[in-house]
Design a protein around this ligand. Structure first.
Ligand SMILES: *Cc1c(COP(=O)(O)O)cnc(C)c1O
Length: 355
């Protein structure tokens, strides 16, 4: 909660609690494993985290990065040479929220399919794939998938569709990248093992700084040689870090203590959706709330999402504006049950209902 607000703008607003901060201090101080220069590969906590997360996702190696954007862009850089293309869903984070980085940093172009709520649509992808070796047409190098899909509303990609997509990629000799910033949420929502998701992709990015509650940090995992190459590009892009074991310790703590708690965030999102759906028809589709994100269509209220967000803020609740009439609520570990109740006490009257 920031400044007395119930902050439901994003799960990135979570702050490290005393126990996480203590774990960070333990690594840095005496008695812990100590820190070292990670550009030399000498930070024990970073090395341990990289090994642990790679193993969780069924991969050989991992690379700690400052942001999810860097992890994704390193992944894309490995998959596609300059002047080739990546296929992705039209509302993918890599396309809409990474500021053209794939074009700028790697000279990669993109073509898109549009799936309802960001879903993978293997049949649409099949139509987009362009075989290599034409002097006239851009060659497809890889397919990128987002799970859960952020702008889609926390959508979980069904494992069966991912399997079909993998088969398609294999048929055309394409590689696959998973933007798994919230793969943790997909895993907790479905029970599908992280390794089962991970094994379907050549590279996977994950974030510790969202629902898991670490202050910073993401990771790219993949095959040993691919990660070695990513390490070179990370340094080239200015992302080589030194004694960052203190940050790895936060991520390590989050995996130990916060992963299972994502189920609470999901229950809170379902509670928000249920109460809003019961009070005002047409604003939220409960069936579409699969994880910790609740998308609201405020059109029935006769106001824009911006007006809705301003009114909510005036009453102490922060929400995100995602489109002219689309607002987003994201639940997270710093908004407890009381915070969710408080949010409902503000939002329901705004939505024209009383509680
Ligand atoms: C947050 C997020 C990222 C990474 O964002 P950073 O702010 O760069 O850490 C990547 N993909 C998705 C889907 C995200 O939600």
């Amino acid at each position: 909660m920031s400044g007395g607000y119930v902050d439901l703008r994003s799960d990135t607003v979570t702050r490290p609690g005393p126990d996480m901060l203590a774990a960070m201090l333990r690594v840095g101080g005496g008695g812990g494993v100590g820190v070292g220069d990670d550009v030399y590969g000498e930070d024990p906590a970073v090395n341990a985290l990289q090994e642990r997360v790679a193993a969780m996702l069924g991969h050989d190696a991992g690379l700690f990065t400052p942001t999810g954007t860097m992890a994704n862009q390193l992944g894309l850089r490995l998959h596609a040479g300059p002047g080739t293309e990546i296929l992705a869903e039209s509302a993918a984070h890599i396309l809409r929220a990474e500021l053209g980085a794939a074009a700028l940093l790697s000279a990669i172009t993109t073509r898109t399919w549009t799936g309802p709520r960001g879903l993978v649509e293997p049949e649409l992808v099949a139509e987009l794939i362009a075989p290599p070796a034409s002097p006239y047409l851009v060659s497809t190098s890889a397919i990128a998938v987002e799970n859960t899909h952020n702008f889609g509303g926390g959508t979980v990609q069904p494992i069966e569709r991912l399997r079909r997509l993998r088969a398609l990629a294999d048929e055309y000799n394409l590689t696959m990248h998973l933007d798994g910033a919230r793969l943790w949420n997909a895993h907790i929502a479905t029970g599908v093992p992280l390794g089962e998701y991970g094994a379907l992709f050549d590279t996977v990015s994950v974030c510790f700084s969202k629902g898991l509650g670490a202050p910073v940090g993401s990771m790219l995992v993949g095959r040993t040689e691919a990660i070695a190459e990513a390490r070179v590009w990370r340094k080239r892009w200015g992302g080589g870090m030194r004694q960052v074991g203190v940050l790895a310790a936060a991520a390590e703590y989050a995996l130990d203590h916060h992963l299972a708690d994502l189920a609470v965030d999901h229950a809170h999102a379902a509670l928000l959706a249920e109460a809003i759906a019961a009070a005002v028809p047409g604003v939220v589709n409960q069936d579409h709330v699969e994880t910790n994100i609740v998308m609201l269509d405020v059109r029935p209220l006769g106001m824009t999402a911006g007006e809705f967000a301003d009114a909510a803020k005036a009453d102490g609740v922060l929400v995100s504006v995602m489109g002219s009439h689309t607002a987003r609520l994201v639940t997270h570990r710093d908004a407890d049950r009381a915070g969710i109740e408080r949010a409902l006490a503000v939002l329901l009257p705004l939505l024209g209902a009383s509680r």
